[in-house]
Design a protein around this ligand. Structure first.
Ligand code: AMP
Length: 277
């Protein structure tokens, strides 16, 4: 695996390769969820490029940014052992944002709900960094986890709006044996919080089993009560798969997704599951 610390060297190297590139952008503190993306990229491309960059512009809470786990040594080993070809590990924030670039695209209403409503500026930061990384790496395919389902939808929309020739591929959520969705932030949980966090997958699975065509408001209210007993719930939303607009009325034989964001101590956890009414 070759590690590049500057975008200039990476760009020059990739341009000379003339191979199909699969790209996996990450913020590091890698786990098997990230590695599943690398493995999928390997299956679908000749060269796998991964990036590790904790992008300050997508954080709306300074504490979250400052406490974000950094484990470069382990990350590099993990990537080497999983057939990643190239790692972009920028030496500074400046190296990513070499010049000022304004992205002026209309993401529409998929960006104003859930994470868009609860983390002001977050998706602007995501779009900013991913568009810069896409410009540097110029991949054929880019791999994103469905754990951040709304982010995956936003990136697809961005690619469409900017008319980029990149296929955006969504990869399944990788979970620990307990069902807890793998996340870099899980490292910040105490043992007790990790146990209490299981309420997230339990609730998602409960919703998956119990949602019915028609009005589901009682069911959702009960789930909110349960989540609030062992965590601090930010939102529980059932949303249309395409528009991401929240709904309590489900149509028969239509696909939806249930989304939960909740806090255990200072750690904000996000997860979702498919719902079929
Ligand atoms: P992050 O480092 O948290 O920005 O995540 C980088 C990429 O890995 C994003 O596309 C995430 O959706 C994806 N990812 C993170 N956790 C998981 C997981 N448990 N399963 C699948 N993909 C994941």
């Amino acid at each position: 695996m070759i590690i590049f610390k500057t975008q200039k060297e990476l760009k020059t190297h990739l341009e000379a390769l003339n191979k199909t590139i699969g790209f996996v952008p990450t913020m590091g503190a890698l786990h098997l969820g990230h590695i599943s993306l690398v493995q999928q990229a390997k299956k679908e491309s000749e060269i796998v490029v991964c990036s590790i960059f904790v992008n300050p512009t997508q954080f709306n809470e300074i504490n979250d940014f400052e406490n974000y786990p950094v484990t470069h040594k382990q990350d590099i080993e993990l990537l080497k052992n999983n057939a990643c070809d190239i790692l972009y590990l920028p030496e500074s924030v400046k190296d990513v944002y070499l010049y000022e670039k304004k992205i002026n695209i209309d993401l529409g209403t998929i960006a104003t709900v859930m994470e868009g409503a609860n983390r002001p500026g977050h998706f602007d930061g995501v779009v900013q960094v991913v568009s810069v990384l896409f410009e540097i790496v110029n991949p054929h395919k880019a791999f994103f986890g469905l754990k951040d389902f709304q982010q995956y939808c936003i990136i697809k929309k961005m690619v469409q709006e900017l008319e980029l020739n990149i296929e955006v591929i969504g990869c399944p959520i990788v979970r620990e044996e307990t069902g807890l969705a793998m996340s870099s932030r899980n490292a910040l949980l105490s043992e007790a919080e990790r146990k209490r966090a299981l309420v997230i997958i339990e609730t998602l699975q409960f919703l998956q089993k119990n949602t019915k065509p028609g009005n589901n408001s009682k069911l959702i209210d009960n789930c909110c009560l349960k989540l609030n007993k062992s965590s601090r719930l930010e939102y529980l939303t059932i949303a249309d798969l395409e528009t991401l607009q929240p709904t309590i009325f489900l149509e028969k034989n239509k696909e939806y997704r249930a989304f939960i964001v909740t806090r255990l101590g200072n750690v904000r956890l996000i997860d979702n599951i498919e719902i079929f009414a």
